[in-house]
Structures are given as structure tokens and as C-alpha cells.
Write a protein that binds this ligand. Structure first.
Ligand code: ZN
Length: 336
């Protein structure tokens, strides 16, 4: 029995059928108010003969709205005659989290992007991860996972991938990122604990995968939503899966994202005052932000410093912060 057959989730769509289908992945969920109920994860399949097989996904974190709206728009707009091969669209992958407007699921506290490879018999979030890794991904050649900063972070709109030691593989990833056309594209090394993400799941299943960090702040802006909608079409066209019109591609500046010294964390609990803006070039040792002790305002604020030179690509949004919260995140010039 193949691993996917162990999934308890039921897919309403037939992924082998040509045309546009919409419906739900049903997650069995027997609770007090609904003995035989299921949780509905929206999904669409748009297929036209043989060709590239692409998974477009968002809502891996429920409070990252830009990708969810862009993929909703793609479902409504894509006509099967404009598709070659098959596009599976999963706009709110962790639907219980999205419905609650939260990063993680209110049912089991599950962070879907830390739950792969999942568990067919696990809690709800792990069952969703298992279904994506073992049912959907083995039927795909490419995956695009649309994230943003969510409620706690704001990014300069970026695409991202994990560095591929194989030069030809790396060029494929860079090509997809160039096609998306975000202002920044960053290439990360495999970080600790990151074997539980969709990117890692894709790699395990032989699927070529890029992601995004589109904006954040738990909100949607016209410019970022426009980029998301155009970017997904440009990537599909680049892969040969979409033959409809695509707008011109803006340039992407490539950066590297490294380990701990690329991040600045709150040294204390208090109120965060940023001392730099997104897009600033900063130096090692430069003050990054101050944490104010609003419970004892006569105390001098605690200062967090950058541990290396770099470009500020991400910053924390909420004022109130706890020790260990990420305040900033840097990128440095990419070298192939
Ligand atoms: Zn995310």
C-alpha cells in the first residue's frame, strides 16, 4: 500500500479529470456539535491534458492573507483552455487556522509548516500535512507555497528557496523566482528544524519548490495583492502550465539568508521601538531597536543590536514583545 492510501482525508475532486473542479478536502472531525462531521479545506483542480503538474498553496499559516486571496482569484479566473497539464490550488491549506484568523490551528495548536511529513493518524494539523506530503505532492512536479509575515511580521515582498547543491536544480529555482518578479528573492541554507516545512516535504517527494514572504501585518495591501496575483501567473507561464496573458516581469534582487546572526531578538519583555526601517542597510553592532519597560518607565530601555551587516528585509509589527520574539531579519548579497 502506498503511503497516501493511509490518509483519512477524503478528496472530493478527481485529479485525473480534465476541466475545472472545485470542492473540498474533507478532514473527518467528530466533535460534540457534529458527530459525523468533517472540516472543509477548499481545493481546486484545473487540468488540460498532459503537461507540468503544479501545486499552488497558501494559508499554510492561517493569518497570511495575501496568497490566500491571490489563489482565490486564480481559481475564479483560470480557464482550463489556458492551462497545460494540471494546476492544483489549495488556498487555505490550514483552513481551521485561516477561519480563526490565526497562524496556528485553534483545534490542536498545530503549525502546519512545522508538521510535515505529518501523521495519517495524528491530530488534525498532522493529518493535513500527511495528506499534502503523501497524496498531493507525489502527483506534482512543482510547488509554490505563498507565505507572508502574518500578524507578527512585515516583509519586503520576497520569493525564497532552499539552496540546491546541484547547479541545474538551483537554476530552475532561480528561474521560478525571477518569473514571480518580487523585489527580493532569498536563498536559504537548510535551517535547524526546517525539515518539517512544505519546502522540505517537496524535496522529499522530488518536487521543485519555491515559497514567498509577501508582506504581512495580518493585512492585505493593493500593491502586494497585485504582485501576488501577477506573480503566480508568471510562474505558471514560466513552467509552461499557463498560456494566458502575463504582465511584464519586474526585476528581483537576490539575497542570501543565513543562520542565527541574521536575526535580532527581543532581549527583554516590553514595548518594541524599531530604530531602522525595512530596506535599510545596517552594520554589525548597530542598534536595531529598543525595548521599553512600560511597567517601570523610569528604567532605561534595553537595546538590541544587529550581529552582522545586511539589508533589513523583515521587521516585527506588534509593539508589545516578549524576550525571544524576532524583531528583525537580514539578508546579504547572494553569491552562486
Ligand atoms: Zn508563513
Amino acid at each position: 500500500m502506498d503511503a497516501g492510501a493511509r490518509s483519512r482525508l477524503f478528496l472530493e475532486l478527481d485529479l485525473t479529470k480534465d476541466g475545472k473542479q472545485t470542492g473540498f478536502v474533507r478532514v473527518p472531525h467528530s466533535v460534540h456539535r457534529s458527530a459525523y462531521g468533517w472540516l472543509p479545506i477548499p481545493i481546486a483542480c484545473i487540468k488540460n491534458g498532459e503537461g507540468p503538474r503544479v501545486l499552488m498553496m497558501a494559508g499554510n499559516h492561517g493569518d497570511e492573507w495575501e496568497g490566500q486571496l491571490a489563489l482565490g482569484g486564480l481559481i475564479r479566473a483560470l480557464d482550463p483552455s489556458q492551462v497545460r497539464g494540471r494546476v492544483i490550488i489549495l488556498p487555505s491549506a490550514n483552513f481551521p487556522a485561516a477561519q480563526a484568523g490565526l497562524r496556528t490551528s485553534p483545534i490542536d495548536d498545530g503549525n502546519l509548516n512545522r508538521s510535515f511529513p505529518g501523521d495519517a493518524d495524528g491530530d488534525v494539523t498532522r493529518q493535513i500535512a500527511f495528506f499534502i506530503e503523501h497524496v498531493l505532492l507525489p502527483q506534482c512536479d512543482y510547488s509554490i507555497d505563498l507565505h507572508s509575515g502574518g500578524s507578527s511580521l512585515m516583509y519586503i515582498p520576497s520569493t525564497l528557496c532552499r539552496r540546491d547543491p546541484d547547479a541545474a536544480g538551483m537554476e530552475k529555482l532561480l528561474g521560478m523566482m525571477r518569473a514571480f518578479g518580487a523585489p527580493l528573492g532569498w536563498i536559504g541554507s537548510a535551517l535547524q528544524g526546517m525539515d518539517r516545512t512544505l519546502t522540505a516535504a517537496s524535496r522529499r517527494q522530488g518536487v521543485i519548490s519555491i515559497g514567498t514572504e509577501l508582506g504581512g501585518g495580518g493585512q492585505v495591501t493593493p500593491s502586494v495583492l497585485k504582485l501576488a496575483g501577477e506573480g503566480v501567473r508568471r510562474v505558471l507561464a514560466h513552467l509552461g502550465a499557463y498560456t494566458g496573458p502575463v504582465p511584464a516581469t519586474p526585476p528581483t534582487r537576490f539575497l542570501t539568508m543565513g543562520g542565527n546572526d541574521y536575526y535580532v531578538y527581543a532581549p527583554d519583555g516590553g514595548v518594541f521601538e524599531p530604530l531602522v526601517e525595512l530596506g535599510d542597510e545596517v552594520k554589525r553592532g548597530q542598534p536595531a531597536g529598543r525595548i521599553h519597560f512600560h511597567d517601570t518607565p523610569w528604567r532605561e530601555p534595553s537595546v538590541a543590536h544587529f550581529e552582522r551587516d545586511g539589508l533589513v528585509i523583515c521587521k516585527r509589527v506588534p509593539g508589545r514583545s516578549e524576550r525571544g520574539d524576532c524583531l528583525f531579519h537580514l539578508g546579504t548579497p547572494y553569491e552562486a
